[in-house]
Design a protein around this ligand. Sequence first.
Ligand code: NAP
Length: 264
Amino acid sequence: MNNSNPSNQALTHEAIRNFVPAEQCLDGKTILVTGAGDGIGRVAALTYARYGATVLLLGRTVSKLEAVYDEIESMGGKQPAVLPMDLEKASYAEMQQLEGLIVKEVGQLDGILHNAGLLGALTPLEMYDVDIFAKVMHVNTTATFMLTQALLPLLKDAAHGSIVFTTSTVGTHPRAFWGAYALSKQAVEGMSDIFTQETRNTTNLRFNCINPGGTRSNMRAHAFPGEDPMTLKTPEEIMAGYVCLMTDASIDVRGQVVALQPKH
Ligand code: NAP
């Protein structure tokens, strides 16, 4: 169990999964969460706020983001910000404008959790609808790249900027019928690796991927309609790793794909 990393050794994946956050361990940090209105992203946003971060809530359904905003306010967290953005439609220019907005409103950006994602169709590639394919690739991969690149100047200004991408077991090991979803997550893992190689010697930035593993959410229910959701971990139960990768305990963790529920 870790709540700090005084030895400055890169944490093991086991240590990241079992991280015990200290109170206010994210105090002074500003973290943007995409898909912050529902599922894992909603809980990550609440959890980051609980540990002292200022959270920027990005998503496409404003009413859901406002509900998360209210929850953070009512628990006494730092005032968050709602950033309405549909990643399927947003232009690169709109993403660049976010930079100016963040500077004006909060002055800094220390981390991004790229959590928003689309499942798309579960069908053989031979029959995969090309429009759905393009949409899933865009939201899960291309928009993730665009937003990262647009906000990179701000992240570089942070003492230890942390970019966390979200992958899946089928991104690490592509599986039949998972189509664009698996391919988009495989590309995200590659993007994290390339960003790591390109920035490792010149910046303090770190890029890592989290694979949450089977977690109770709407997406999981769509993917596995016959599954009893009560057999799955809740987003709350997997938050240790999400917090760890945003704290300074993980500043030496770079280019990793951390599975939060590894199969043994
Ligand atoms: P979820 O409940 O479906 O939540 C997905 C979130 O992404 C929602 O807030 C959704 O917004 C947002 N989103 C979707 N399309 C968007 C768009 N075009 N623009 C902006 N936001 C958009 O799914 P989840 O299970 O929490 O998944 C979170 C992440 O974990 C995803 O990247 C997923 O691939 C990954 N993951 C999940 C599991 C699992 O078992 N749950 C396993 C492996 C990986 P709306 O609420 O407005 O729709």
